[in-house]
Design a protein around this ligand. Sequence first.
Ligand SMILES: [Zn+2]
Ligand SMILES: [Zn+2]
Length: 241
Amino acid sequence: MLVTVLGFYGGYPHNGIGTSGYLLQNDGKKMLVDCGSGVLNALANYMNPTDLDAVILSHYHHDHTADIGVLQYEWLAAKKEKLLPIYGHTQDFVNFAQLSVDNATKGIAYNDYEPSEIDGMKFEFLRTVHPVPAYAMRITDKNGKVIVYTADTTYFDGLVDFAKDADLLIADTNFPEDVTGRKAHLNTKEAGTLAKDANVKRLMISHLPQTVDAETMLSQSQKYAGDIPVVHAFQGLEINV
Ligand SMILES: [Zn+2]
Ligand SMILES: [Zn+2]
């Protein structure tokens, strides 16, 4: 599996770089995991967006879905015979309904009690703790390689089991370590500790803040991750799993 970062800021784009979006390529299939602001522009540097095989959305906050509407227009304009499948949860029926547009895209429901088979990969979902329903993803390819994406979440114990032994953990790391207490995202201490407790092979911190530099976020996370290699997301970062 090859992951390419198309956008990594939390909340809103910054300095020409967008919010959450990851291109996932495996066995000739091309999938988009989350589709935030600026992601469609970034995606076009790698492929024609109308050649996507699927989109999988963690939740319906705008920083993860802002470019879905324009992606649907691009598919509509391309007059493709195939509808683009967009996977989303159904805990919010209004937003789920908007994933389907006639002659362009089709919303497909996932849930957290049975895995979804998407383009030859197994997607398992776990409801996170966030102000709106959001789902972490555990993605397994046919060789048994595993990517876990926390989506947006505050820290909770279930994340450790869900991320266990993953080859790559992509963690929502929106806060430095001194931001504690009730919050909607992980801080660097929690992301690093999660990577260590789950014994993952690599950690990518993402969903980064605009106001704290990435190197600071990285060194804080690394301190808690111990021997596990940590990278911070940046535009165009590619990780082969
Ligand atoms: Zn977010
Ligand atoms: Zn969110």
